[in-house]
Design a protein around this ligand. Structure first.
Ligand code: SF4
Ligand code: SF4
Length: 341
């Protein structure tokens, strides 16, 4: 089977985007070499990783509360599991052992945090599907960061896609993700994971641990109060529909202006960012100056710049917006002509 055939199969099964990364490259460039998230640590036989993208429909980002987007996230993840499972099955039927591995699972030997066996963001970038945003989500030109990804690991050797070398993220002069972040977790092409987890993993593992530590030390009356606490209900919801244990906060996804889905359906209501403060504006300004002066920035060092886009921002989003507007105008003109006939 050739790469083009495998990609078409993935799209036919329901993936929104697909790319291929070589296991050799992924083994040579782990996101953090101290804790290598590489295919070879999972299986020495893997030759390629087929990376599948599922987009999150934007309607939910137009709502007053986060609940619709959290619920949709769960459905997107379920769909993604099915699509990747079926692709692995079809590859095996064709004679090539293949499997999908848990993307959101912590390997306790690496770090005591949500640090998966593979980093799906890095898989996507190596498979040519996007580059890092300022908040180190992967940004795809098609749907910005409003996506989930997974990887099918296969023993079939496939031609890999070339990574995008241009920075998809507008960068420091945009900083909208930074302005929107409720816990000010966005760094300079980096993230304060602990701060982000306060909102994005509201009922995640750390919260559960803290809850039970407190419960053990509490007296009988306090314990009685704690079992009717909102937190316990949050844990229940996390078990029920995953969201709550991670992916709880949609703010940096909702405001990112990359992708035609943003131009079509989010630009109007997400233009204004209520969380923007003078302090955050000053922080973004500092990032801009540091970049301009070539100051040392961890997220942009020689190892990490590979995933940010080594050529820097070349105007991809502006070009996309012009193209989008042109198509909208053409569609409106056509509709007018059709109405006149
Ligand atoms: S909001 Fe702007 S700065 Fe943040 S990731 Fe998107 S394009 Fe980059
Ligand atoms: S998910 Fe929420 S808390 Fe985390 S970086 Fe994005 S906006 Fe901030």
């Amino acid at each position: 089977m050739e790469a083009a055939e495998v990609k078409q199969l993935a799209l036919d099964l329901g993936a929104d985007l697909v790319g291929i990364a070589s296991a050799k490259t992924l083994n040579a460039f782990p996101p953090d070499p101290r804790f290598p998230q590489t295919p070879e640590r999972i299986s020495p036989h893997v030759k390629s990783v087929i990376v599948l993208v599922q987009r999150i429909p934007v309607g939910a980002f137009r709502c007053k509360s986060n609940v619709p987007v959290q619920y949709l996230d769960m459905m997107v993840l379920r769909k993604m599991d099915k699509v990747s499972y079926r692709l692995a099955e079809r590859l095996e039927q064709a004679g090539f052992p293949s499997f999908v591995t848990a993307a959101q699972e912590t390997d306790w030997n690496y770090k005591r945090a949500s640090y998966g066996r593979l980093s799906t963001r890095h898989l996507g970038i190596e498979a040519g599907l996007g580059t890092f945003g300022l908040e180190v989500n992967i940004l795809t030109p098609e749907f910005g960061p409003r996506i989930y990804l997974t990887g099918v690991l296969t023993e079939l050797e496939l031609e890999a896609d070339a990574p995008i070398t241009e920075q998809v993220c507008i960068g420091e002069s945009c900083s909208r993700c930074l302005y929107s972040c409720p816990t000010d977790a966005v760094r300079h092409f980096g993230i304060d994971k602990r701060a982000c987890a306060q909102e994005a993993q509201e009922f995640g593992f750390t919260t559960i641990l803290k809850y039970w530590e407190k419960f053990i030390d509490a007296d009988a009356e306090e314990q009685r109060q704690m079992i009717v606490d909102r937190e316990l209900f949050g844990f229940w919801q996390g078990l029920l529909r995953v969201v709550g244990s991670f992916g709880d906060c949609p703010r940096c996804l909702a405001v990112c202006p990359v992708g035609n889905d943003y131009h079509a359906h989010l630009a109007d209501i997400q233009k204004k960012i209520p969380e923007k403060t003078d302090e955050k504006v000053a922080k973004a300004k500092g990032f801009k100056e540091a970049r301009r002066n070539g100051d040392p920035v961890d997220g942009l060092n020689d190892w990490n710049v590979r995933w940010v886009g080594p050529e820097g921002y070349q105007g991809m989003v502006a070009r996309q917006l012009q193209d989008f507007k042109k198509k909208q105008r053409a569609m409106a003109e056509q509709a007018e002509k059709d109405a006149e006939q």
